[in-house]
Design a protein around this ligand. Structure first.
Ligand code: SF4
Ligand code: SF4
Length: 198
């Protein structure tokens, strides 16, 4: 989630704005990388769709895994042994896929619960550093809203996909076991199909 701070010069002029125009939420990422270590990064369908379209999927596919969290399966990014997200570059302290990072990372530390926005982590060092422009606030709010919708969608679709794939695997495995139990079965199938073709 770390990013370069391109907004310093704008902050001074923002201080002269009327108080009622100032957003309550103030945030400028300090690039500490803490959120890339402490947060479980949930992946949404919109992330997957974007990664297929921009071909990032080849860089992230082996970094994804299904995890059971509170009884539900979630698609998440793998973390390394030291706790860092597998996509965190320790040399430049940046995300390896910054321009197309997950929607959850774009909205951090702002969240949306369906009714109101909230701060996910009060310990984020970027909070209350500087004023944000209205455009910056709108952008992060839009990402938080998008994250809320995307994860609700994933919560509905993922269990369905999981059970469909699981059922298919069970059926395939039962068919395989039946053939192992009766080795003549395959021969019979072949004979039957040969007879049919006569
Ligand atoms: S995807 Fe990128 S921004 Fe998100 S946690 Fe991983 S390294 Fe950090
Ligand atoms: S914890 Fe906050 S300040 Fe640190 S990298 Fe993440 S968003 Fe930026």
């Amino acid at each position: 989630m770390p990013r370069k701070n391109k907004n310093k010069s704008k902050s001074t002029s923002k201080k002269s704005k009327k108080s009622d125009e100032k957003p309550k939420f103030k945030f400028v990422c300090q690039k500490c990388g803490k959120c890339c270590e402490t947060e479980t990064i949930f992946i949404s369908i919109s992330d997957l769709e974007r990664w297929v379209n921009d071909q990032t999927i080849y860089r992230v596919m082996h970094r994804l895994e299904l995890q059971e969290i509170e009884g539900n399966y979630k698609l998440v990014l793998i973390h390394d042994d030291d706790g860092k997200c597998n996509l965190y570059n320790r040399d430049n302290k940046m995300c390896m896929i910054y321009d197309t990072r997950p929607v959850m990372c774009r909205s951090y530390p702002l969240g949306f619960n369906g009714q109101e926005y909230f701060v996910k982590n009060n310990k984020c060092k970027g909070l209350n550093k500087e004023d944000m422009t209205k455009q910056q606030l709108d952008t992060i709010r839009n990402h938080a809203f998008e994250e809320h919708i995307a994860h609700r969608q994933m919560d509905r679709v993922l269990p369905l996909l999981y059970s469909l794939i699981f059922n298919k695997l069970i059926k395939d495995s039962q068919a395989f076991m039946n053939k192992l139990a009766d080795p003549d079965e395959e021969t019979k199938d072949t004979v039957t199909s040969d007879e049919k073709t006569k």
